[in-house]
Design a binder for this molecule. Structure first.
Ligand code: CA
Length: 273
């Protein structure tokens, strides 16, 4: 049974022929797939159901939403590992959902774009989708992409250290150090930087998003509880603390203000401002 299931080449659109497919009756398979949680946002319920059955068969946990607004709510609050996102949706289309999601979330997203939707594909990737599938697609290919995207994001979250310029962050030991690169002193010397846990979290977000603009709201979301929403000056206060411990101690300016927008961690070689 399994063999037959694995070998077929089902297109998304001929699932009607597969109604009797064994997958619907089987329990989640016992392969090594971890129980990743996948959210399907797709307004065509039959398609959503079909994909759901296939994913359940592979051992994933699955939830579905049939419109953009519910989809966004779930994506933001449901602790998923991956989002399968259709483009044409009632309520909020897939691009708008993705745009809003990316303000605060790095949840991996695979867009399901229409045939010939090359521009859609480009737009989706530009807006932060991790991958895309053009309809109609084979379920095997979708499963392969899902595994790939999940593996990639797993790898990122398993990181034990972060490095940017002279900064080194050991996540397991909760330690930060600065590489002293003075010609006079012995090279490769490091100096530890003592940070409070909030300062550490803030610097971590900067290092994970090095050279990207981070708005105050994004920093609030990522580092503070939502209780702090609207009090974005707490971000400025902690950025000042970080600067006192990094920029003002060492000769390199790393935390830059982007006027009116937010902050960015960036190494500037030419002119320190
Ligand atoms: Ca649709």
């Amino acid at each position: 049974m399994t063999k037959k299931y694995k070998s077929r080449k089902a297109s998304f659109w001929d699932f009607g022929l597969l109604k009797g497919c064994a997958c619907a009756m089987k329990q989640a398979s016992s392969n090594e797939t971890a129980k990743a949680r996948i959210l399907i946002v797709e307004d065509e319920e039959k398609i959503a159901r079909f994909v759901e059955l296939e994913l359940l068969h592979e051992g994933y946990l699955v939830e579905k939403a049939f419109d953009g607004r519910n989809g966004l709510d779930l994506a933001l609050n449901g602790h998923f590992d991956l989002l399968l996102l259709d483009v044409l949706l009632p309520g909020l289309n897939g691009f708008e959902l993705l745009r809003r999601l990316r303000k605060t979330s790095s949840l991996p997203v695979i867009m399901l774009t229409a045939k010939d939707g090359v521009m859609d594909t480009v737009a989706g990737l530009d807006m932060g989708a991790d991958d895309y599938m053009t309809k109609p697609f084979s379920i095997e290919e979708l499963l392969a992409r899902i595994r790939l995207v999940l593996r990639k994001s797993q790898k990122n979250s398993d990181k034990e250290e972060l490095n940017y310029g002279p900064l080194h962050m050991d996540l397991a030991r909760h330690r930060v150090s600065f590489q002293l690169n003075s010609e006079s002193a012995q090279s490769d010397a490091e100096q530890d930087i003592e940070l409070s846990s909030r300062e550490f979290d803030l610097l971590r977000v900067f290092m994970e998003n090095a050279e990207l603009l981070l708005t105050r709201d994004q920093l609030l979301e990522k580092v503070w509880d939502t209780d702090f929403m609207g009090e974005s000056n707490v971000v400025d206060v902690y950025v000042r603390y970080l600067r006192q411990k990094i920029d003002q101690v060492f000769s390199v300016k790393l935390i830059h203000t982007v006027r009116g927008l937010g902050y960015t961690l960036r190494l500037e070689n030419q002119h320190d401002g």
